[in-house]
Design a protein. Sequence first.
Length: 133
Amino acid sequence: MALVRMIEVAEAPPEVRAVYDDIMKTRGTDWVNNFWKVLANDPATLRRLWENVKQVMAPGALDPLVKEMIYVAVSATNGCEYCSHSHTASARAKGMNEAMFAELMAVVGLANETNRLANGYRIEVDAAFLPKV
C-alpha cells in the first residue's frame, strides 16, 4: 500500500491532468499506472520525472527493448518490485520472450555476484581496461 493517496485521473487537478493526458497519449493507453498516481501528490516531481522518462526511454543509440531490459536488470538488482513488474511487462510488449528474460536474469545474477566479489576483494582495475586519454 502506498504511503500517500493516489490521485485518480477523474480527480486530478489541471496541472496533473495535463501530465496524465500526455502519459496516456504517449503510451497509447487509456489508463495511468499507480506510480504516476502517487507522484501526482507532488505535481512538479510528476512533470519533471515524466519529461525525463520520455527523453531517456525514447529511441536512440539503444532501441526501446534494450532500454526496457536494462531497466528490468537495474530494478531486479535494486529490489524494486513495482519497477520489475512494470518494465518486464513493457519489455514483453516490445518483444522480450521468456528465453530472453531468463538469460537477462542469468546475466543480472552473474553481474551481481562478480561485482560483489570484485568490490569485496578491492581488485585493482587493469590498465588495459582504462580509457586512453
